[in-house]
Design a protein around this ligand. Structure first.
Ligand code: ADP
Ligand code: ZN
Length: 731
């Protein structure tokens, strides 16, 4: 690429658009010229689309027929570092550049900045009848994952008249909203002091700041039990970064829920950071995107997609709870935000802090190999100590059918209530019951579109498929044998557990924390704040509660089914169970009162349960690492998956067999192919899914071989091909 940074009017420029075209298009630079990296609007057929000036034009087209750039958008041009990042991340994940650009431009109304404006987004209601034009409008809105656009942009992007959009608004299929203009964000005050640190914490903070002083890229694993002050320590690194005049990003797994975190940042720096996640309004998104690009937003707290914001000078990325599975995006562009954070930082000359009480094996191994620096906070702050952890052997407990809380656990909860302390009962299963069985014919109600059982949600009075989200009213008769009144719930979900709690502890004030019970992120935030204030005796929760909330009066954690997650064929089952249990147990005894964690298990001698109880993490990691190394599995070997899906099982299978018969590009790098096999979830949203798994040695050119291999497939309009490099879950 030529390193000129400005093109005069009429010169040819190469533009990357967010349209799925797979090539760059030539345009003429507009009146006044255009900068390299500029965000532009360009004509494409009948439409106007968003693009970025990527370099000089190729000139392989009749100059007179090349159209000019329509307009240059009012936004800071994309920096070289960002362009490089998109290319490298796209190469790694085998994602087309157009899709990478969509990730980088997830903000509405970029091309139109009046002071107040109407924007349009997906409304959720199906229009009475579908036309091609209407489909195009809805497709544009869906492509951008629920973002909104101005009327003109939307109509232009879809190549329709504004009347079509207005028609959809009347129908409720598109929603109209008002947004005000953008303002810079308040400055962070780095002169304020944080809490006085303990020696341990101060030493860790100093090491992080030293890294800063040295400059350049570097990654540090900050390991410490929950409550050891990791957040206090990395906020010092944030302060050092901001004081150096650079921007910082803190990534959190469940950002929408982290009111407490925002309050902490405000206490530390005197102003709220910029939030970036799916719960942020369209107005704020657009403002954030622009201000981050202009350097008028210093600290961003966000979900994984915050990694693709146009930072002007990114100096630090903190990935909190770095082991969390929600960093892996499994739909659309398949990427792991933790790994991409390291990539982005290495290109931006930024520092990375990976914080966790229970790091992923990948990160643990990188630290073990000396690629990452490692800092350990060994004790909890102040009086609080790690909870005492014990198992309750369920084989020796008398529990009635349809009940799940053992007498031993009941006694422990009672004691807490008498002392005015809180208990948490943890069950990682949403809904009322995981299975609905017909006692007349034995039928288990399954989803019509997936290979999954429907889960009863009594709160919603519906059956819900946790795979595809399909719901239907709870039937009164069996859909198979049509006998009435014989449908019975089997097994517990949190809603059913709540029922049991109400029966066993009639005087207790309870709260159920499960993502589907809250209509909005705000409602959930309020519930969490209420619990933190101590206004609840028993909290019943799914893995939502495992994510770093601070409940000072919580002193008991009861894990209803510690064995859940040990079954199953997932490579990471042991790792996941270990992490989840440690995190949940870490909720207890954060303040002055010591905590206790009780794990109900039918196999208390299982190595994972034993490792959780003894707390010997280093032993657990080493054993798990040895097992993976011996098997050539990640992080010591590499995996990649191809998921083929089609409405017809035969089409997906045929394509899979076709690929399996032509492993040439993979055998050339010594990789093995497994499959095709039905993917563990063999059907999602009416599409049959077939998976091939590729296993290779570390250090081979896996992506190139994968691309070549899959490139042999004959395209078919009904066949979808998804590539997953470093698959995490085996869905
Ligand atoms: P982690 O991120 O490791 O879970 P936190 O940073 O959230 O730990 O610390 C746990 C609790 O202890 C928080 O309420 C925090 O404010 C408090 N804390 C930690 N270190 C200190 C300190 N040096 N001085 C005062 N409070 C502290
Ligand atoms: Zn389904």
């Amino acid at each position: 690429m030529d390193d000129r940074s400005h093109f005069a009017a009429g010169e040819l420029v190469s533009v990357l658009t967010a349209q799925p075209l797979d090539r760059f298009l030539d345009y003429k630079a507009p009146e006044g010229g255009v900068f390299l990296g500029a965000y532009v609007q360009v004509p494409l057929g009948p439409r106007q689309v968003l693009g970025v000036v990527w370099g000089p034009g190729k000139g392989d087209f009749d100059y007179n027929k090349v159209r000019p750039v329509t307009k240059v958008l009012d936004a800071a041009p994309m920096r070289d570092e960002m362009r490089e990042f998109l290319v490298r991340a796209g190469d790694y994940t085998l994602t087309p550049m157009s899709a990478m650009l969509r990730l980088a431009t997830r903000a509405p109304g970029l091309s139109n900045p009046p002071s107040m404006q109407k924007v349009y987004r997906l409304g959720g209601v199906e229009p009475d009848r579908m036309t091609d034009a209407r489909t195009r409008v809805l497709d544009v809105l869906r492509d951008y994952g629920g973002l909104s656009f101005t009327l003109k942009e939307l109509a232009e992007m879809a190549g329709v008249s504004t009347g079509v959009v207005k028609g959809l608004v009347t129908q409720g299929a598109v929603r109209e909203e008002e947004t005000p203009r953008d303002l810079p964000y308040p400055r962070m005050d780095t002169a304020r002091h944080g809490k006085p640190l303990t020696d341990d914490q101060a030493a860790a903070a100093a090491r992080l700041s030293d890294g800063f002083a040295k400059g350049g890229y570097g990654t540090t694993l900050l390991r410490g039990v929950t409550g050891s002050g990791k957040t206090e320590v990395y906020l010092e690194a944030v302060a050092a970064c901001l004081a150096a005049g650079r921007q910082a990003l803190v990534m959190l797994p469940e950002i929408a829920l982290s009111e407490q975190f925002l309050v902490r940042v405000e206490q530390r720096f005197g102003a709220k950071p910029v939030e970036w996640h799916s719960g942020v309004t369209m107005t704020e998104r657009r403002r954030a995107w622009k201000m981050i690009g202009q350097g008028e937003a210093e600290l961003v707290v966000g979900a994984r997609s915050a990694l693709f914001l146009p930072y002007r000078d990114l100096g630090l990325i903190v990935v909190d709870e770095e082991h969390d599975t929600s960093y892996k995006q499994d739909d659309g562009v398949i990427y792991n935000a933790r790994d991409m954070a390291v990539l982005r930082a290495s290109l931006a000359g930024a520092r990375v802090v990976l914080a966790s009480a229970t790091p992923s094996l990948e990160t643990w191994a990188n630290a073990d190999a000396g690629k990452y620096d490692r800092l350990d906070l060994t004790s909890r702050f102040g009086e609080s100590v790690l909870p005492d952890m014990r198992s309750i052997d369920m084989r020796a407990q008398k529990v009635d059918p349809g009940r799940w809380i053992s007498p031993a656990l009941v006694t422990a909860v009672m004691q807490r209530m008498e002392r005015g302390e809180q208990s948490l009962l943890f069950l990682n299963r949403r809904g009322y019951a995981p299975v609905t069985l017909c006692r007349a014919c034995g039928e288990q109600i399954a989803c019509d579109h997936c290979d999954a059982r429907m889960v009863e949600h009594r709160f919603l009075k519906r059956l819900v498929c946790h795979q595809c989200g399909e719901t239907k009213p709870m039937p009164t008769e069996c859909p198979s044998c049509h006998v009435e009144g014989k449908l019975a719930p089997i097994g517990p979900g949190v809603e059913r557990l709540a029922e049991e709690v109400a029966a066993v502890f009639p005087d207790a004030k309870t709260a159920v924390l499960s993502s589907d019970l809250f209509s909005s992120a705000r409602a959930l935030k309020e519930a969490i704040a209420q619990i933190a204030d101590g206004d609840v005796d028993i909290v019943i929760g799914t893995q939502l509660v495992a994510k770093g909330h601070n409940f000072p009066r919580l002193t008991l954690v009861g894990v209803i089914d510690a064995d859940l997650g040990l079954q199953g064929s997932d490579l990471r089952a042991a790792e996941r169970t270990f992490q989840l249990m440690r995190q949940v147990a870490g909720r207890a005894g954060r303040a002055e009162a010591p905590g206790e964690a009780l794990l109900q298990s039918h196999q208390p001698d299982h190595p994972v349960i034993r490792a959780i109880l003894t707390g010997d993490e280093e032993d657990f990691w080493r054993a798990e690492a040895d097992a993976r190394r011996a098997a050539g599995m990640p992080p010591y070997g590499r995996l990649a998956a191809v998921i083929l899906s089609a409405p017809e099982a035969q089409l997906a299978f045929g394509a899979g067999q076709d690929l399996a018969r032509r492993p040439g590009p993979l055998t050339a790098i010594g990789a093995q192919v497994f499959g095709p096999a039905p993917a563990p979830i063999a059907r999602i949203r009416g599409r049959h899914r077939v998976r091939l798994l590729v296993k290779a040695d570390k250090g081979v050119a896996l992506q190139a071989a994968m691309a070549q291999w899959v490139g042999q497939l004959r395209p078919h309009k009904d066949l979808r091909v998804a590539l997953d490099i470093d698959p995490q879950s085996f869905f």
